[in-house]
Design a protein around this ligand. Sequence first.
Ligand code: VGL
Ligand code: ZN
Length: 202
Amino acid sequence: MRKALIVVDVQNDFYETGSLPVSGASQINEAINRAMRDSVYKAIVAGQDWHPSNHMSFAVNHGKEPFTPFDNEKGIGPVLWPVHCQQGTHGAAFHTNIETNRFDYIIRKGTHPHVDSYSIFRENDGTELGTDGLLRALGIEELDICGLALDYCLKYTVHDALLAGFKINVIINGTKGVEANIGDVQRTIEEFRRAGVELIER
Ligand code: VGL
Ligand code: ZN
């Protein structure tokens, strides 16, 4: 058992009725639950976007509209977001149809007001979240990755996991994208293929 399952940000705000909705998000729940019921995983690690109300990824904290382009060296951007996944709110909670009792570890991210954190490995300024160390300590060599959103947090998580040297499989029926720009999802999938990521179904 050298495999872990990574479940990225399956939180209410990223589902259809949330503040930063991914269309069709609820369609991924069954594949994720099916994967979690499989006994092949040594560990199931969930990411949870967990922002304070003064988080600088929120457009309103700049007096701007959501999706306004913004970039700074502290790792906010490339766009500003609607208020989402505020610590302790319903929007930040995991979707009720996800069998969260199966999560072994939860990595919270985006907790510092001035730094965003897309990947569950490190914050956008490079600060490690401890995920790599955790997986190494457990002897994990291969990751199946699913969750939201394909073209943001999942993409950055895959990127960092590749840099860390893990073999990566993306559960393609267990993820959906924001598609802020038309073609983002397709481009991300092409990038995965070129990087040697395997696309699997559960
Ligand atoms: C995410 C935008 C802002 C994600 C999180 O989970 O993909 N996207 N915060
Ligand atoms: Zn966020």
